[in-house]
Write a protein that binds this ligand. Structure first.
Ligand code: FES
Length: 81
């Protein structure tokens, strides 16, 4: 039930590339810079919302916005895909 972005930040793992580390929307689903790849365990994540699906429409189905993804099981996460 943890939020993926919150969990990564809590573990001091950087989710963002370059300047977006400081200019991101802080998890408000406004910037689209917290994209991660979940190659294993994506079925344990919350499904894509309509907004998330729109933002990620040209990305593989395993790509998620970390700030609006909750996990309900084990998953492998690749940062900055
Ligand atoms: S942190 Fe901005 S959309 Fe996720």
């Amino acid at each position: 039930g943890c939020n993926l972005r919150d969990e990564l930040v809590k573990r001091k793992i950087n989710v963002y590339q370059s300047l977006t580390r400081w200019t991101n929307c802080n998890g408000k689903q406004l910037c689209g810079t917290c994209i991660v790849d979940v190659p294993e365990g994506v079925e344990s994540c919350t499904r894509r919302s309509l907004d998330e699906a729109s933002t990620l429409r040209e990305n593989p189905p395993t790509y998620k916005l970390a700030c609006i993804t909750n996990l309900y099981g084990d998953a492998t996460v690749k940062l900055m895909p």
